[in-house]
Write a protein that binds this ligand. Structure first.
Ligand SMILES: [Zn+2]
Length: 449
């Protein structure tokens, strides 16, 4: 990323109030997030944090506006991760029950934002601090990616997720009645979505009984909250869809899915978040160490994680690990299933599970996920549409006050200016010239670490 020194380096936190002057992104090639192909020679007017107007490039600059010359550049909406995590790792590297702090969470939100991920859903494993942080962010007290949250999330005792988090980062009710109470509490905190874990980790951990998840789904729907499920196996996914779960928050990975399964998602209006970058993150840096060569990667990873991945024995140890063989298989099935699901017209949303374990790196994972979506067989334009306008529809369904994901009048002025055309090569989404969030240029200097 290029350092942009300019007078607009305000904190994005005060953006909505601060962006009084009109900014015109002039003569851009616009990919607006609707699925329409690039529109050349466009002016995009940003005002008070929103897209005010889009029109043909001016021939004479209007008075009183700040002009940003975007000649030769492509503008896309800010990316949206509907499945990420906060406050699980210290320095992107080490899981710790002490990681869920204001400092750590806000640093991650800033990192997402620098990488053009302007909205995230923190899909479970949050301490209740998250509700305060969300409120403070809405009040403009700090910036970073716009935060939505599932709060703690719900598992079963001794079950998934088997992560090293504090006990107050997840609820584990035993009875359907307890599960309903947990949902009521989350609703009282204004959680944006309810998260459940329905997965036995290949039979090693106790699964969530149907009586528990049906109670959770029913109670959540009473509160007009959607339910997102961590899922791995096709059988669990089928049962959840039939129980009216709203979002499958991972790919089905134990076997390939057929068009009948895809059609059932359509019939039930179930969203599908493929998180393709998830399994791959277990071995990517060992199998393809060249991905670590860029500043783009290194700044996202941070010094501690980078040192670990670049250690002499990391590659050989990782590639020999039993987990790697399983992750490769899971990744291959996830890729195949995504293509089947996408072609059937299912509502696919974008997410990565970034922040959950080392290697799923906030910001980097999202750009890698775009590359994976294309490798799975959809076009760069379709991948960008999934990550922006399409996931914006899901965000709006979770919180009707948020209009994000499109570069259209009255949508949030959240966008990325790219130095190279992402429709030619999806990896060009990493050629970030500038990120605007709420109409304000995001400082792109990472903190020292
Ligand atoms: Zn997750």
């Amino acid at each position: 990323m290029r350092i942009i020194a300019c007078a607009l380096m305000l904190s994005a936190s005060i953006a909505v109030h601060a962006q009084q002057q009109v900014i015109i992104l002039h003569n851009a090639s616009l990919v607006d997030g609707t699925g329409a192909t690039a529109r050349p020679h466009v002016d995009i007017y940003l005002h008070r944090g929103y897209i005010e107007h889009i029109g043909p490039a001016f021939t004479k600059p209007p008075k009183g506006a700040t002009i940003v010359d975007c000649t030769g550049k492509t503008v896309i909406p800010g990316l949206i991760s509907a499945h990420s995590h906060l406050g699980i790792l210290l320095n992107n590297a080490d899981p710790s029950p002490n990681a869920y702090t204001t400092e750590n969470v806000t640093a991650a939100l800033n990192q997402f934002e620098r990488y053009g991920v302007t909205t995230i859903v923190s899909l479970g494993l949050n301490r209740d601090l998250v509700y305060d942080l969300k409120d403070q962010q809405r009040e403009g007290k700090f910036g970073g990616a716009t935060l939505l949250t599932a709060g703690r999330g719900i598992g079963v005792p001794s079950g998934q997720p088997g992560l090293n988090v504090a006990t107050d980062q997840i609820d584990r009710p035993v009875t359907p009645e307890e599960a309903r109470k947990v949902v009521d509490t989350m609703a009282s905190h204004h959680a944006d979505v309810i998260k459940i874990w329905v997965d036995s980790a290949h039979g090693k951990l106790p699964p969530m009984p149907p009586a528990i998840y049906t109670a959770i789904i029913d109670e959540a729907h009473k509160h007009h909250l959607k339910v997102a499920a961590h899922v791995y196996a096709l059988n669990d996914a089928r049962n959840l869809v039939n129980a009216n779960v709203d979002i499958l928050a991972h790919s089905v990975r134990d076997q390939t899915v057929d068009s009948a399964f895809a059609q059932s998602l359509n019939q039930h209006n179930t969203w599908y978040i493929p998180t393709l970058a998830l399994d791959e993150a277990f071995y990517l840096y060992a199998a393809n160490p060249e991905v670590m060569q860029t500043t783009f990667f290194q700044q996202a990873a941070g010094a501690q994680l980078l040192a670990r991945f670049q250690a002499a024995d990391y590659g050989s140890k990782t590639l020999a690990a039993e987990q790697t063989e399983q992750a490769r298989k899971d990744h291959a099935i996830a890729m195949k299933n995504l293509k089947t699901i996408y072609d059937a017209g299912v509502s696919v949303a974008f997410g990565t599970d970034s922040g959950a374990v080392p290697g799923r790196i906030p910001g980097f994972s999202e750009h890698r996920e775009l590359e994976d979506l294309v490798a799975a067989g959809i076009t760069p334009l379709q991948a960008i549409t999934v990550a922006t306008g399409q996931t914006g529809r899901l965000i709006h369904a979770l919180n009707s006050k948020l209009n994000v994901g499109l570069i259209q009048q009255d949508y949030a002025a959240d966008l990325i200016i790219l130095d190279a055309d992402p429709l030619m090569d999806i990896r060009n989404t990493r050629q970030i010239n500038a990120v605007y969030h709420h109409g304000v240029l995001v400082p792109n200097t990472p903190p020292e670490n």
